[in-house]
Design a protein around this ligand. Structure first.
Ligand code: SAH
Length: 222
């Protein structure tokens, strides 16, 4: 899909969008495709109208149910870490939330499977992204700890809630050269972590300190 065909793209807040991109570059985001998507995606449409005026600030904001839309820097950083040219077929996202990160992934990968455990957030994001014209996303209401084996294997898995340790189930749904980017507890602290599948097993790389909401068990009917 062409970014310009998304409803609401590029029409508002041009100067605050440019300021955000400048800030993200300053924080070390380099991938021009990722920066271009963040610059053009209508983040204000993923927020409550009362918060829409803050959509292009580099902050996380509430989306209800004690959850937040991730900070643009974190969306950019995680997307950049997931991006591996020639291996962009299928991504699994755990924690659909507002659907904002989902929209970015949808522009980069051929297919997206996204799982959310809170029924209202799942329904709202599905409706919004369908309305905006995204066509390559499967929306699943479920517990991300289980992954979604029906659509496996995945080239990439992204988790946007913090886990105590990585469910083995998800590793099993990864392609032989796949990678997982997630916040993981490490010695009592949350660390952004990249796990890469190789012939010799999983290689783990700790990236930086982060703050995420917890990954919870089961489905919540709201
Ligand atoms: N990336 C999204 C949401 C971030 S908040 C955004 O930017 O809008 C984290 C989301 O993960 C919340 O919506 C929360 O309900 C969801 N979540 C937490 N544990 C989960 C689990 N086990 N399975 C699926 N989703 C989960």
């Amino acid at each position: 899909m062409d970014i310009n065909s998304i409803k609401g793209t590029g029409l508002t807040s041009q100067s605050s969008r440019e300021k955000l991109i400048h800030e993200l570059k300053g924080l070390g985001i380099k991938n021009s495709e990722v920066l271009n998507l963040i610059s053009n995606m209508p983040r204000h449409l993923f927020l409550d109208t009362a918060l829409a005026s803050r959509a292009y600030e580099n902050v996380s904001l509430p989306i209800g149910f004690k959850q937040t839309i991730s900070q643009p820097y974190m969306v950019a950083k995680m997307t950049e870490l997931l991006h591996e040219t020639n291996s962009m077929n299928h991504v699994l996202e755990i924690g659909t939330g507002s659907g904002y990160q989902t929209s970015i992934l949808s522009m980069l990968f051929k297919k997206v499977t996204t799982i959310e455990r809170i029924s209202t957030l799942h329904e709202q994001s599905k409706k919004k992204l369908n309305y905006l014209g995204f066509k390559n996303i499967s929306f699943i209401l479920g517990d991300g700890h289980l992954g979604f084996p029906n659509n496996a294997p995945y080239d990439a898995i992204i988790i946007t809630a913090v886990a105590d340790d990585l469910p083995e189930t998800l590793i099993n749904q990864l392609s032989p050269t796949g990678r997982i980017v997630l916040p993981l507890m490490h010695k009592g602290e949350q660390k952004l972590t990249k796990l890469k599948n190789t012939k010799n097993g999983i290689i783990k790389k700790i990236i930086e300190d982060v703050v995420f909401v917890p990954m919870l068990k089961g489905v919540e009917n709201t």
